[in-house]
Design a protein around this ligand. Sequence first.
Ligand SMILES: [Zn+2]
Length: 123
Amino acid sequence: MPTDTDQPDLLEDADLTEFLDFQDDFRADPAFVKREKARAQEIRNSQWWKNLRATGKCHYCGRVFRPQDLTMDHIVPIARGGRSTHGNIVPACKECNAKKRYLLPSEWQEYLDHLASGSQPSQ
Ligand SMILES: [Zn+2]
């Protein structure tokens, strides 16, 4: 079994902070964010998540990585009202995770469309 590192937790925290910074249109209730973050932490320790991550497959680009290189990603970020449910949590590689973080939702959709069409986004 691969051992967990502290890194994904740090990334998750960075995610949330940055989403809160630029998602001015959505004011997440701090109590909601706190609750859903706690649930995400529980899910991170669950067998469901460990099995999912063990596949090594990034939900977005479909490439296969070492499990420890995958991070937990909320499809709809908690800061925008997303819940910590199995349907909203996916494994993502660091590259996709980073892209998703700094792209606008419309730009992110464009990136996904690029992936779906099989062409590499220029960059
Ligand atoms: Zn990816």
